[in-house]
Design a protein around this ligand. Structure first.
Ligand SMILES: Cc1cc2nc3c(=O)[nH]c(=O)nc-3n(C[C@H](O)[C@H](O)[C@H](O)COP(=O)(O)OP(=O)(O)OC[C@H]3O[C@@H](n4cnc5c(N)ncnc54)[C@H](O)[C@@H]3O)c2cc1C
Length: 457
């Protein structure tokens, strides 16, 4: 049986769920397809807006400075497109900042009260502490990762917590690196300490996974066990701050943080982790709940596999599940299927391909990749400030975020694109991934809603 929808969103990561919510808020009947998990669910769960100019070692003072620089230097960047007036250049930097800021305020409102409630704004860089003890500049962190009072932690004691049998975090190394990476005279605590807790979700101290501890912490007895074990370490070290790997819970993380602060008499925060991380999945879950609160329908395990196009208009998309195949008849489509992890773009020996509409794939400077092998877009250094231009390939798009073909024209009047499927920015070098997904999902969702309501040609 076919399903009719005003807005069909292909992809259920940050970009697709945001576009879906914007459509639902505008009164559209929205269906979002998510075939599996993408980059959003495995990210650190902190939202980077624009931390670095590619190639730079020093981060921007804050995201506003970053957005202004992008508007000046990269007029085709997805953020810059938000600053076009009357459909084209020049870029108005103030408009870019205003539109990103609107999207940030909106998502903070949407996630308020959820386990992933976000803290931060464009005017301030948050130095989130990582599992390695280093700092990562970002713009929005989940409340559980926010270190309240860390602007001045001179004279304080920070206790780093590890878990026996949990190999991702060696609290002794984290503590040492944390101190070593702070310059003398910089805002650094008086002392660091570390401890290893015996909290055993399965009764055995072997190969414990972050999600195991988080699920254990969602249960009352798990939390009580941890609080009991931790108390002695806090007392003996006199800790003012307690740094946890990000395992405070999937559902109860916020409540656990506040309850621990109350019980321990110290500020508690989670460190930023490597993928896949509990806060990434927490963010994914919170976005999905927000979509359903707005009345959007999310179909998990549903893959868009082909489409029919008539007179420059996509009027049917075939959807496959393990049990059946059916069609969705959409008025408008937002393509937010991600890049290599989400599956929106694939690359092999024969070149890159956009997997659903078969759109041409271009590089970060808008040149057609036309059969070039992905290896051509990698840097000899695995980790360098320039990053790999591989992460900048994607689909080209116009000022309305409609994907375009080799002739530069939109491939269909009712299709819009958002998130990491877009070309012309390199999220890994810029540290802008979830920020671009948010801002472009917000814009593409609004453009699609305008289109459905006849306000856009
Ligand atoms: C390891 C890692 C860590 C990162 N850490 C950070 C970070 O700390 N901060 C930050 O800001 N950014 C981070 N990023 C970047 C950021 O996660 C991504 O840029 C962002 O999540 C992209 O969101 P998206 O919605 O465009 O794509 P995704 O989140 O990848 O979502 C794509 C979705 O499309 C679905 N899909 C694909 N094809 C189909 C189809 N045919 N039918 C149905 N569904 C389909 C996928 O299942 C998936 O749900 C990280 C990226 C990676 C890879």
């Amino acid at each position: 049986m076919d399903i009719k929808a005003d807005l069909l969103v292909v992809g259920g990561g940050m970009a697709g769920l945001v576009a879906g919510m914007v459509g639902a808020e505008a009164g559209l009947k929205v269906v979002v397809l998510r075939k599996g998990q993408g980059a959003t669910a495995i990210s650190s769960g902190a939202v980077d807006i624009m931390s670095y100019l590619p190639g730079a070692n020093v981060p921007f003072a804050n995201a506003i400075e970053g957005l202004n620089a992008v508007s000046e230097i990269y007029p085709l960047h997805p953020y810059s497109v938000l600053g076009y007036s009357d459909g084209g250049l020049p870029v108005d930097p103030e408009r870019v900042v205003a539109r990103v800021s609107e999207a940030v305020d909106w998502i903070k409102g949407k996630l308020n009260g959820s386990p992933s409630a976000l803290v931060g704004d464009l005017g301030r860089t948050i130095q989130a502490v990582t599992l390695l003890g280093s700092s990562k500049p970002t713009s929005l962190v989940q409340g559980t990762m926010f270190v309240e009072g860390s602007d001045d932690w001179h004279d304080s004691i920070v206790l780093f917590v590890g878990f026996r049998g949990f190999p991702d975090c060696n609290s002794s190394i984290t503590a040492k690196n944390f101190l070593a990476s702070r310059l003398p005279g910089e805002n650094r605590p008086r002392r660091v300490a570390n401890c290893t807790l015996d909290v055993l979700p399965f009764g055995q101290p072997h190969n414990i996974y972050s999600f195991d501890i988080a699920r254990y912490m969602d249960r009352e007895e798990g939390f009580a066990e941890l609080a009991k074990t931790l108390k002695d370490h806090v007392r003996s070290t006199g800790a003012d701050f307690i740094a946890f790997p990000p395992v405070l819970g999937l559902r109860r993380a916020r409540a656990n943080k506040f309850e621990l602060e109350d019980k321990m008499g110290a500020k508690v925060f989670e460190l930023l982790a490597f993928p896949p991380s509990v806060p990434g999945l927490r963010l994914q879950n919170a976005l999905e709940s927000a979509l359903s609160t707005d009345g959007g329908r999310l179909l998990i395990g549903h893959e868009a596999v082909s489409f029919e196009k008539k007179e420059g208009h996509i009027d049917s998309v075939a959807v496959k599940t393990p049990q059946r195949t059916f069609n969705i008849i959409p008025a408008a489509v937002v393509l937010a299927s991600g890049k290599f992890i989400g599956g929106g773009i694939k690359g092999d020996e024969s070149g890159f391909v956009e997997t659903l509409v078969k759109l041409p794939v271009v590089d970060v400077e808008s040149y057609q990749t036309a059969g070039a092998r992905p290896q051509r877009y990698t840097n000899i250094l695995a980790l360098s400030p320039e990053g790999h231009s591989l992460f900048g390939v994607g689909v080209a798009f116009d000022s309305m975020f409609r994907p375009t073909g080799t002739d530069g024209q939109p491939v269909a009047d009712n299709v819009f694109a958002a998130g990491s499927i877009l070309s012309r920015y390199n999220y890994s070098a810029e540290k802008s991934g979830l920020g671009v997904a948010l801002a472009t999902g917000y814009a593409a969702g609004a453009n699609a809603a305008d289109y459905v309501k006849g306000a856009l040609p």
